[in-house]
Design a protein around this ligand. Structure first.
Ligand code: SF4
Ligand code: SF4
Length: 493
């Protein structure tokens, strides 16, 4: 457990010249702010976290993680030595490969900012295979999960073949990040992707009104999103995560409706991943502060718009689940990626639907007690079979004490379910939970205004690039994307 000092000196970047600059992270009322100065470009200030109490609470779930092996560069000049360099603290939990820069939308809030050009970034199949080979070589844990993104990955005719290639290469979680337009228009494509081994569709989904969709996507795309979900259902692609990009004053009133919609479609929609907007290019302070949403704002919106059925106390940082990976390793001998990402990067909870109400898992499982138990057990495990048996029996006997069955949804044998997950940690054991529960998550991608190297160095979501580098996600979008795309673009013809 680690306690936060909110007032601290951090390293950030100048949003104009990108040079590393000293930043101060400090408490102002109950808000945590970041302020920095570049000798050439002046002062910049932004909000990092809109709830200082929660900022401190989340810090307690810090997880140190493990040293990486077989890194590709020496990281003496972070963040310009990616990577992955010898100083990076978290292995690749999820890798992104951009399959193309082409897109059939031109969204004002796009990371990739796919503008018209005479050249296009679109790696060849040979390059894609090389990138995936590199990811599978990562040690101590080969990258288990891959997301194909873009641009719009469905613009490539060979997408099903690429998914099948990933499956053959041993990725056990394969997903695409898509706007869904082509999938709405082609049931055959949905079916081909399902047959190729696609596990999850990350579907951009910002809300229900034409105004919201026009503001964020340039058109009223909702009917196509609904049609795409229908096609997923029919084709057996039944693991969809809705991904709303949240902008204050644009779609922050849609949170409750999106949750309601997800619950009504729980047979296909397994989760929602809210992404607060991050800014690219030069954005003045007034505009940033008027649109900026941070993770605690999302908790507040969820709480307000679900009538208090889900509250901020039901969310835990991503790093909270790190002891589970350690336990599974102790149980099975198989290494799992350790979620040692920074506690201020993302948060999540599981919510069960029961008799018209939503019940977060934290209402009937003492999660803090559970993770203390796991941490203790894993710490005392000495690698022998006797020790493993003792650890297992203590967990089995202690677990019921941490669960209030009377508060749990009906017909949910939560003790059995949790034991299965803790023992195997496989997709199959999680599947039972996903049948009944909705995953609610959020990740606040960084931009040049709120960048904090402490967060960048612990990133577990990485990009693979055609030159063999593995680059942390936020670093890639802030610093490397342009250079990589220019270097590897080919003429459109
Ligand atoms: S962000 Fe990570 S990989 Fe990149 S230079 Fe810094 S520590 Fe190394
Ligand atoms: S992608 Fe960005 S926000 Fe997410 S873990 Fe990495 S550094 Fe943190």
């Amino acid at each position: 457990m680690r306690f936060a000092t909110i007032d601290k000196v951090a390293t950030s970047l100048c949003p104009v010249c990108l040079r590393p600059v000293e930043a101060r992270i400090f408490q102002d009322g109950n808000i945590v702010r970041i302020a920095k100065n570049c000798p050439d470009h002046g002062n910049f200030e932004d909000i990092c976290w809109s709830d200082a109490d929660l900022y401190e609470k989340f810090y307690r779930y810090w997880n140190e993680g493990k040293e990486l092996e077989k890194t590709s560069s020496i990281g003496d000049n972070c963040p310009f030595d990616c990577g992955i360099c010898n100083h990076h603290k978290t292995g690749t939990i999820l890798a992104n490969i951009d399959l193309t820069k082409r897109c059939n939308l031109s969204c004002p809030v796009c990371f990739a900012n796919a503008e018209a050009s005479t050249k296009v970034y679109e790696p060849t199949l040979v390059q894609i295979r090389e990138m995936m080979t590199r990811l599978r070589e990562v040690r101590p844990v080969p990258c288990p999960a891959i997301q194909f993104s873009g641009g719009e990955p469905t613009m490539r005719e060979d997408l099903p073949g690429i998914v099948a290639m990933a499956k053959d290469m041993g990725f056990n979680q394969i997903q695409i990040a898509t706007n869904g337009l082509k999938l709405a228009k082609s049931f055959d494509l949905c079916q081909a992707l399902e047959r190729s081994g696609l596990n999850t569709v990350y579907l951009q989904f910002d809300g229900f009104t034409p105004e919201v969709n026009i503001a964020l996507r340039g058109g009223d795309v909702l009917p196509l999103k609904l049609k795409a979900i229908e096609n997923f259902r029919r084709s057996g692609l039944n693991s969809v995560v809705l991904v709303p990009t949240l902008v204050k004053g644009v779609n922050d009133g849609e949170v409750g409706e999106i949750i309601k919609f997800a619950v009504e479609n729980l047979d296909v929609v397994k989760g929602i991943n809210f992404q607060p907007i991050s800014f690219s290019g030069r954005v003045d302070q007034a505009e940033r502060l008027s649109k900026r949403i941070t993770i605690p704002d999302i908790f507040r919106l969820v709480e307000e718009q679900t009538g208090g059925e889900i509250t901020r106390d039901d969310f835990y940082p991503v790093s909270f689940v790190a002891p589970i990976s350690r336990l599974i390793h102790a149980e099975t001998g198989i290494s799992r990626p350790v979620f040692s990402v920074h506690p201020h990067c993302g948060a999540a909870t599981y919510v069960f639907h029961n008799k018209g109400r939503l019940i977060p898992i934290s209402r009937f499982v003492d999660l803090d007690g559970l993770f203390e138990l796991l941490n203790n057990e894993v710490e005392h495990f000495d690698g022998t079979s006797v020790s493993r048996l003792k650890m297992r029996s203590r967990i089995v006997s202690e677990l019921p004490r941490l669960i209030d069955e009377s508060g749990a949804p009906e017909d949910l044998n939560i003790v059995r379910m949790l034991l299965k997950v803790l023992k195997n940690g496989t997709r199959d054991s999680l599947r039972e939970i996903h049948k009944r529960a909705l995953f609610l998550g959020t990740m606040h991608f960084q931009d040049l205004y709120n960048a904090d190297l402490e967060r960048l160095q612990r990133c577990g979501i990485h990009y693979a690039t055609p030159d063999g580098r593995i680059i942390p996600f936020c670093t890639y979008n802030m610093i490397y994307r342009k250079e990589v795309e220019e270097r590897f673009s080919v003429p459109v013809s």
